[in-house]
Every structure is written in structure tokens, then in C-alpha cells.
Design a protein around this ligand. Sequence first.
Ligand code: NOJ
Length: 559
Amino acid sequence: MTQPPPPTTPWWRDAVVYQIYPRSFADSNADGVGDLRGIIDHLDYVADLGVDAIWLSPVMVSPQADHGYDVADYRDIDPIFGTLADMDDLITACHARGLRITLDFVPNHTSEAHPWFAAALAAGPGSPERARYHFRPGRGEEGELPPNNWRSVFGGPSWTRIIEPDGSPGEWYYHLFAPEQPDLNWQHPDVLAEFTDVLRFWLARGIDGFRMDVSDALMKDPAFPDTDDGKPVINKDDASGVHDIYRAFRRVLDEFDGDRMAVIETGADPATVALFLRPDEMNLAFNFGFTRAHWNAAEIHAAITSALAANSDVGAPTTWVTDNHDTVRSVTRYGSDLRLAGEYVPGLASGDYSGGGHSDVALGTRRHRAMALLLLALPGTAYLYNGQELGLPNVDDLPESALQDPVWLRSGHTERGRDGCRIPMPWAGQAPPFAFSATADTWLPMPANWQHLTAAAQRDDPDAMLTLYRTALALRKSQPGLGDGEVHWLESAPGVLALTVGGDTPDSRLAVVLNPNVAPAPVPAAVASWAAVLASDPDVRVGGAVAEVPGDSSVWLRP
Ligand code: NOJ
């Protein structure tokens, strides 16, 4: 009798995805900026790390006003990163190593250099070309005031006035981010038709999925009303039509075999996020509640439980993420005394892209190690950001002359922006550029004292951050429970996080105990006889039961 094949779990439900910021990963042509060939050259490192997939921040044609998040041609690669042929080679090289490859997809806005925007400027007020963006006449007698009081996420007004083709000061256009990033009008049918076609273009080339940039922001209130605080009014409910867009994207993904996926970027609350994860919409959403949680058990616990609860209503797995290219690196965040100062507020929803402030990097590194074991154990998909596995800190002392993030300019030089988490990867050697490039003139300068942080320096060091990640990722592949099943909370000492993950039988479960306090904590009674398989503190002996978990550390235990 022929049995039906067992249902397979789509790969993205419990994957570990490694985010590559292409400018900062590896430079193959000595121009100081990373590129696709550089990624191919270092793909064995990525595969060896033990991740399942990569996500590339944008590499499409772009004037780089926001480092690729301003796309001028969605169907080609920017020459700074290489060519379409290089991308095809990268796709092949990933698949040959069993890695999936996902791309950033930027639907909220184009570059001002996109042909549609150029056509809109040329065509004049009221034209069909302008209708694809949000053009409005200004207020005031001469139209000299912006159409409303909304502020840009990057600082300053979110409207820019143009010069009409006849040379006169003219209409204003809306940009949620920089003026070089005009927002598209997603109520216009051309926009959906174009972007579904772009998805097909990349899916047909073998791309396994997408990360959808500012995905919940597509539908602004068309009345553009003034608001008390200058925040934009963005509609996210069913009536807004935004979910029809994601349903259309879903249908395109499903035209292709192989569980193509999409993860959305949204800073919304868990219940709103879950709307985008209904079965006929997107697959995953970044869990920024977890990213934003400060170093204490109550906040981390709340971030885990609220995301799990909201997602389970729609049958979607949760993602776990501490670091990305917009956020102060967690080594630095966890080392700042948040309980006293609260200086570091990561995540998009805060609208705060800045670094700066005091941090104890040694303490932050210890806490980052502890967090890595929680991140990689929780059921669902984990996202890692290049350099996280090396324990790179944020670089907050870049000279002002080196700063590149548009936030620096747009905030009137009051917010330094996100450059500090985007420093090029240190691969090997004793001095900058640490084998990132053949030129020392890297697009952002690299700290002179990163020799102990290079991948080469950490590779054979049993106590290194890289070794912790590689060991944890290998265990995640070989041991049941990790990244799967349900979370069960254990009774533990106050202020300590203790939980098990995995299947229904005791053998298939694994316990994680994270102690974010200074003093050691006893291992909870329920798992006191279990054996430690991995500990973030190198002084904890693995292989047998442990009595206590040192402060600012975590441990994995098995029955
Ligand atoms: C979110 C991206 O992660 C960020 O880097 C970018 O600046 C904005 N979206 C605008 O596209």
C-alpha cells in the first residue's frame, strides 16, 4: 500500500537566517565597499557557521542615499555590488551549500532616481505619472508650506517641494524617510502590478524569499490629516486594503515551488503584526518586542509570551532577533546600564536610530552570550546579523566626518544614526581593514583594536563568541527540541528566566535557564537533575548537572 508522503515542515518555520549587510561583509574589488563576489568568497564561513539561509540587505540599483533602501531599478544589481551574473552565481553557490537566499524588497518607496519619479516630475500636477506617488499642493498663500505636519522617520518634515518643469516652485511630495525616498501610492493599480512582477523576476531566478521593508506602512491616510505629534497616520486594518496587497504577494510566492517565503518588517504591536501573518498573507514578522526588551527577566518574558500568544492565533511561528543593521549592537546595548540610564533604545518603533552613551563592553559581551542561547533555543526562526557571531560592539566614536547615515544629516547633526552597527566585518589580521578589503580606505573606518574579534582569531578559541554560536547552531541541528515545539515556563528564582522547549516527551525537551542578575541562581528544581549541554559562561562545566547558573549567563540542559 502506498503511503502519502509525510507532511513536511516548510524550511522557514524553524530556520536560522543570517543577515548580510552587503556593503560591510567582504570587498572583492578593493573599492572599500563589500560586494556579491565578496559574499561568494566567504560563503563557506556562512555555511560552516551552521545557518540555514541568508538575507541580503538591498543590492538593487540605487544611488545609495539610504544604502540601498532607495531603489532606482528593482530588476538589476547596483554596480557597486556587482552584476546580475554575480547574483546568479551567488544563488547557485548558496544552493550548492544547502543555504537558502532571501532578498530585501522595498515596496514603500522608490529612489528619487527611479524612472517613475523622474516621469512624475516631468509630467506636471494632476498627471497620471504623479498619481503613482503622493504629490499635493502646499499650504499657505503661495503653497510655500508643507501639506501637513507629518515628520520624517529620519528627522525633519516628510514633504519636499519640487520645482515644476516650467521652473516655478510647485507641488510637494511625501516621504516617510529621506527626500531621496518618495513614497509610492499603493492605491494606484500600477504599483501592485509592478511590484508583483518584480517579485516574479527574482523568484524565477531562484530567490527563496524576501524581507519586506517597512511593510506595514504602505497605506497612509489619503486625507493626510495633521496630527498632534506629527506622526503619520498609517492604516493597517482590513479596511485599509494593505492586507489585499500582501495577499497578492502571497499568491505570487505560491506560484513557485519550494516554500518561498516572506518576512515582514513592522514595529507594530503583536496583535497588529499577527494580521499580516494570517495563512493567506506573509509567513514571518520580525519580533521587535524581543529586540527592544531590556536586560531583565520581566521584559524578556513579556516579549516572548506576547509574541507567542498573538502568533499562535494565526498559526504563525515567531522570530527571535536581537541585532540588525538599524539597531545598536546588543553587545553595547546589554552593557549599558539600562536600569539607570536607559540610553539605548533599539528598534524601529522608537524612531531612535542613534548610538552613543556609555557601555561596559565586557559585561555586554557576557550578556550577549547568555542571550544567544535563549535566542537559538526558542521555537521558531532566529535571525542573526553579520558580526553578531563575532560579538562585535557598536562603534560609537566614529569621527563626525566619517558618518554616512542620512539620519545624521536629516537630524541636523544631532543624531549620529546607524553607522556604528554597520562597520565592515573583521576577517583576519592585526590591523584595519582586517582582510575585509585590499584597501584601508573602507567605506566606514574600522577600529584599530579589533584584532581579537576577527573570525580568524576566534576560529580555534574554545571560549570565543564565534565558537559559542557554532556549537549552539550545531546542537540546534543535532539535538531534538531546539527551535521547536512549545515553550513551558518553569518555576524559578525571582528574576530568572527558565523554560523548556521541544516535543511532548521529556526526552525531546531542552531547558534554558537565563539568569540576568548579578548573583548566581539555583537551577530550577524541575530540571535540577538534567545535564548541562552548553553554557554561555566558559567556567560552567558541561556534561553533568550544575547546581547554579552564574549571573548574566545562561545554560542549556537536557534530561
Ligand atoms: C527599514 C530599513 O531596515 C532601514 O535600514 C531603512 O532605512 C528604512 N526601512 C527605509 O527603507
